[in-house]
Design a protein around this ligand. Structure first.
Ligand SMILES: Nc1ncnc2c1ncn2[C@@H]1O[C@H](COP(=O)(O)OP(=O)(O)OP(=O)(O)O)[C@@H](O)[C@H]1O
Length: 261
């Protein structure tokens, strides 16, 4: 099915007030590889370049974006009942289910169709303000919600996040196949937790095994790759809600590719 096809019956429309120019979905074949971190870091990178950036947290049952930006509490609505996205310190617009819950520690135990509906509402019922680039943090895997995002949002590109573990090559294959079947372009592939650089001797350690990303990129004909180190500072900044203070430039190449889209 052509995602951008105007006859796609699943495609949701933005409300009249909202403006979003480009949509980039961030997916991973499996959980815990750092997809939410990469989403946040990419958003920060693009915001630093002066663009209006937004994050839609579509990882509905495990929303972690508000924590990384230290955004908590209730969201507000406009007079015509559109939800106003929260803003991070540097002005990134964020919409996440956690911002709509009375108690953000309560688990969300909804079934697929309700989750799918929520994604539609995050697109249609939110007052997205002049967004140049929206990054959509998807739940891990190739299930219901990623399918809904691909079918109902006008996705311009997909970033796939992996880790170096062996199993991942098979799992990445599933993610790539899903994106190809949706006729969407893969913007790039990010290997997170790729290596650890010893702060004392500078030696590079491959904690999770040797990198497979170059071979994977070649196999699937993906030209933009990024390798991110394991860095305790990353975990600390995410935990403290200070992701906007991140000082890594490994995603610059991916940002450049996104700017050329
Ligand atoms: N390169 C890194 N170095 C150190 N810690 C990292 C790195 N990347 C991610 N982390 C930490 O690993 C944990 C998992 O990361 P994250 O939540 O981004 O993964 P995810 O793939 O989005 O998970 P989920 O499958 O739950 O959606 C977080 O605590 C995060 O701060």
């Amino acid at each position: 099915m052509e995602n951008k096809n105007e006859f796609n019956p699943f495609m949701k429309r933005l409300n009249k007030k909202a403006k979003v120019k480009k949509v980039i979905a961030i997916m991973s074949g499996k959980g815990g590889v750092g997809k939410s971190f990469v989403t946040s870091a990419l958003a920060v990178n693009m915001a630093r370049k002066g663009y209006n950036v937004a994050i839609m947290d579509a990882d509905i049952t495990g929303p972690s974006i508000p924590q990384a930006f230290n955004i908590h509490g209730q969201t507000y609505a406009t007079e015509d009942q559109l939800i106003i996205p929260s803003r991070s310190k540097s002005g990134i617009q964020v919409m996440s289910l956690n911002l709509l819950l009375d108690d953000e520690t309560k688990p969300v135990i909804w079934r697929g169709p309700v989750l799918a509906d929520m994604i539609g509402q995050f697109w249609s019922d939110v007052y997205w303000q002049d967004v140049d680039y929206m990054f959509v943090d998807m739940p891990p895997g190739t299930g219901d919600v990623p399918l809904t995002v691909f079918q109902s949002l006008p996705v311009d590109g997909v970033v796939i996040v992996t880790s170096p573990q062996d199993l991942v090559s098979m799992i990445v294959g599933k993610a790539v196949t899903m994106v190809n079947e949706m006729h969407l372009p893969i913007t790039g592939i990010v290997e997170n937790m790729s290596y650890f650089k010893c702060p004392d001797c500078g030696h590079i350690h491959h904690i999770f095994g040797e990198s497979h990303i170059d071979a994977l990129a070649k196999k699937y004909d993906i030209d933009t790759i990024a390798k991110l180190p394991i860095d305790p500072e990353i975990a600390k900044l995410v935990d403290e809600g200070k992701i906007e203070a991140l000082n890594h430039d490994e995603l610059d190449g991916l940002s450049e590719k996104i700017l050329k889209m």
